[in-house]
Design a binder for this molecule. Structure first.
Ligand code: FNR
Length: 190
């Protein structure tokens, strides 16, 4: 069985982020063929097209981190019915310079949590639309809009509710299958 390294990007970098807690849960529930490394985005300056002629170290570090993983998992909050600006900024950095898009053909999945009932559904729509242009093959199903309850997720990432745990376990199993399928049809990525 092949193993795959998944880079996960959390839309907010704070230790208090409910999406950081969700990512801990996802890592715990993932099948053993997936390993995880966080791709941090908090030190990125605001992207400016002028950087394309000579990418600064922060941008190079981000692109190198994405190059080193076999797939990307986006774990996004919802800010004002979209993804946080910090996440969009990171995507802009990774997608450039022109002709060197780090996301091209890299299998990806999107998930997110908020205390609200729609569980980042609208943020995920805008994120998926941006990713549609950046060209990572996206797992389109299952969708995962997680309403965050502190009595369901412990800070360490234990999931106390059976149906939520089953759902997240299935999501990660499906992501592993999706990664394997994409990578077997795109051998040049190996
Ligand atoms: C929010 N929040 C929020 N929630 C939501 O469901 N839909 C939304 O559009 C917004 N908009 C929004 C804007 C801004 C600027 C903030 C700071 C917050 C609430 C948000 O879901 C909540 O703060 C979560 O805790 C954010 O996830 P993280 O950052 O804790 O992972």
């Amino acid at each position: 069985m092949s193993t795959y390294k998944v880079g996960y990007i959390i839309g907010r970098q704070s230790k208090q982020s409910v999406n950081r807690t969700l990512s801990k849960a996802l890592i715990r529930l993932a099948p053993p063929q997936l390993t995880f490394t966080e791709i941090p985005i908090k030190d990125l300056p605001l992207y400016n097209h002028d950087y394309d002629v000579d990418y600064p170290p922060e941008g190079r570090t981000l692109k190198a981190a994405i190059t080193l993983v076999g797939a990307v998992l986006f774990v996004t909050p919802e800010y004002n019915r979209s993804m946080p600006g910090a996440l969009k900024n990171a995507i802009d950095w990774a997608s450039r310079p022109w002709g060197d898009n780090s996301f091209a053909l890299k299998p990806s999945a999107v998930i997110g949590a908020s205390p609200g009932k729609i569980g980042t559904a609208i943020a995920q729509l805008s994120l998926r639309s941006v990713l549609g242009y950046c060209n990572p093959p996206q797992m389109t199903s299952p969708e995962a809009y997680i309403q965050f309850h502190p009595d369901v997720f412990t800070p360490a990432g234990d999931v106390l509710d059976d149906s939520t745990r089953r759902f997240l376990t299935g999501f990660m199993a499906d992501f592993a299958t999706f990664i394997a399928r994409v990578r077997s049809t795109l051998p040049q990525l190996d």
